[in-house]
Write a protein that binds this ligand. Structure first.
Ligand code: XMP
Length: 526
């Protein structure tokens, strides 16, 4: 197992991802993890990630006391990346200072022959472009270390102490801008450290099914809210494999679903996945509570609370039917959610502001006292999609774009019950998505959707003046939804979609395309 200690870099998840891509088991833990917890994992290699801090600052995150004695004693190789390099240098007796020539972005490096870190890769690594992002630099190395690569600016790019099995890179091998970065990680783990590449999703699936079978007692019942998204569907299918029909799923139609969403997802759940699922029609309940509500945060809060109320009702109904309280709740929590919910190391608290109240069925009433089953919490989204395929989830379902919990409520600006807003946006969205699919672009786009604008503009349709609503189209590319770029369609595609929407959807005489990235915008409009 390769343990990645996270010092807060925005690229840390990528390290774990790249390593898993090499079929090597890897987990990421926050930097504040205790030495006992690290030892319990018995890591074969430890990677110290990058991070936004400076090692000189008071309270800068560090490794637990005794860490270097432990790794040296066990002969465990260590690789520092960026901040990880600074930490190694400082803690082992060298010196780190604010860099005279800071390096951000692409940088050329040259590598020496005969290092253990690069070995037979040295020729290929020499003269490569790498991705740098650091304000500090090592100015004096600890005893036993030597420089094995240098940037064109003359800064240290890589160091090693082959005898102590400690290595460090000033640049980020995990980002694709570092030309030989993936190759360097592969060489380091498989050749230098001799790690066996035996991580297979198939085995993870088997293990998780076994874990769930053991965790849930033979008479216990489990509930799961299916959102229509990939994560909850895969989690439920996995749990169903483990415990059969003691799983009880519910799909809540809150009246904020997309065009024919309810029919489509219910068909997948029942016919393809054979999941025991109740379709709960709560349209009136949700729309009743949302009538006249305009403030985005209030809408989100109302929807979150209603979900919990429906879920509570569902579990009481179940209790009456099966004669006992359900004991467990399945959630499709993914690895990035787990990591992100850990406060950034060294801060003692979370830095993130509440931009939007995202929700899934998280804040359950305390009297439900359900234990969580989270079989996907070690996986990234692309791995969940793969696992879905292994479980027989149809390919068209696993590749679906993400859809927000509050549904179309965050895609209708203002009151969701205004006029025909829901009907209108469903049709416009369906036309847009079908056009994207027909053009073969669906899998290239992270998310695409239509937004209902509460403004009326003047148009001319069939020689008549119209005064109708506008819709906005949004399509983005992204790795994880945290940052995003708008998708560059060609003009003809947009023109075709625009005329299809204006010609087909009543009450729409104008279509605009959103050309904003995230930041400064968010993905959803509310
Ligand atoms: P934003 O709009 O915050 O969206 O930039 C980032 C990603 O999150 C999705 N999203 C949500 N997902 N519950 C969810 O499960 C929510 O409340 C929610 N709000 C936004 C959004 O669709 C995008 O993929």
């Amino acid at each position: 197992l390769v343990l990645v200690l996270d010092f807060g870099s925005q690229y840390t998840h990528l390290i774990t991802r790249r390593i898993r891509g090499l079929h090597v088991t890897s987990v990421c833990l926050p930097a504040g993890t205790s030495l006992e917890s690290i030892q319990a994992l018995k890591p074969a290699v430890v990677i110290l990630s990058g991070g936004p801090h400076s090692v000189h600052l008071d309270g800068a995150p560090t490794v637990p006391e005794g860490f270097f004695e432990y790794v040296k004693g066990k002969g465990i190789p260590v690789l520092g990346i960026c901040y990880g390099l600074h930490l190694i240098v400082k803690l082992l007796g060298g010196e780190v200072k604010p860099a005279e020539r800071q390096e951000y972005g692409r940088m050329q490096i040259s590598a020496v022959e005969g290092s253990k870190l690069y070995g037979s890769l040295a020729g290929a690594v020499d003269n490569q472009t790498v991705w740098m992002s650091h304000g500090d630099e090592a100015v004096r190395l600890p005893e036993g270390f030597r420089v094995v690569a240098t940037s064109v600016q003359g800064n240290i790019a890589a160091i090693e102490n082959a005898e102590a099995n400690i290595y460090a890179l000033q640049y980020h091998p995990e980002v694709t801008h570092s030309e030989k970065g993936a190759e360097t990680l592969r060489y380091f783990l498989l050749e230098v450290c001799g790690i066996v590449a035996d991580w297979q999703l198939q085995n993870v699936l088997k293990e998780e099914i076994e874990k769930v079978s053991k965790m849930v007692g033979p008479d216990d019942h489990v509930i799961c809210a299916l959102s229509g998204g990939v994560d909850s569907a895969v989690a439920a299918t996995l749990v169903h494999r483990a415990i059969g029909d003691r799983l009880h799923c519910v799909f809540v139609d809150n009246g904020l679903c997309r065009y024919k969403e309810r029919e489509r997802v219910m068909a997948t759940f029942e016919k393809d996945l054979h999941l025991p699922v109740t379709c709960w029609d709560a349209t009136e309940q949700f729309l009743g509570k949302l009538k006249g509500v305009v403030d985005p945060e209030r809408k989100r809060k109302i929807i979150g609370a209603e979900f919990i109320a429906v879920f509570d009702e569902f579990s009481h109904k179940l209790e009456r039917e099966i004669g006992k309280k359900p004991a467990f709740l399945v959630q499709g929590t993914l690895y990035p959610d787990v990591i992100e919910s850990c406060p950034p190391p060294g801060s003692g608290k979370s830095h993130s502001h509440t931009i939007k109240s995202h929700h899934n069925v998280g804040g359950l009433p305390p009297d439900m006292q359900l234990k969580l089953v989270e079989p996907l919490k070690w996986l990234f989204k692309d791995e969940v999609r793969e696992m879905g395929k292994l479980l027989g989830v149809p390919a068209s379902f696993v590749s679906r774009h993400p859809f927000p919990g509050p549904g179309l409520a965050v895609r209708i600006m203002g009151d969701v019950t205004q006029g025909n807003a829901l009907e209108t946006i469903r049709l416009a969205d369906e036309i847009f998505i079908n056009s994207i699919k027909e053009a073969g672009l669906y899998d290239k786009i992270w998310q695409a959707f239509a937004v209902y604008l509460p403004v009326k503009t003047v148009g001319v349709q069939g020689d008549k003046r119209t005064h109708s609503h506008a819709v906005a189209l949004r399509a983005i590319t992204s790795e994880d939804g945290m940052t995003a770029d708008w998708y560059h369609f060609d003009g003809k595609f947009l023109a075709d979609v625009s005329s299809k929407i204006c010609n087909t959807v009543r009450g729409i005489n104008r279509v605009v395309y959103d050309i904003t990235s995230k930041p400064p915008s968010t993905v959803e409009w509310e």
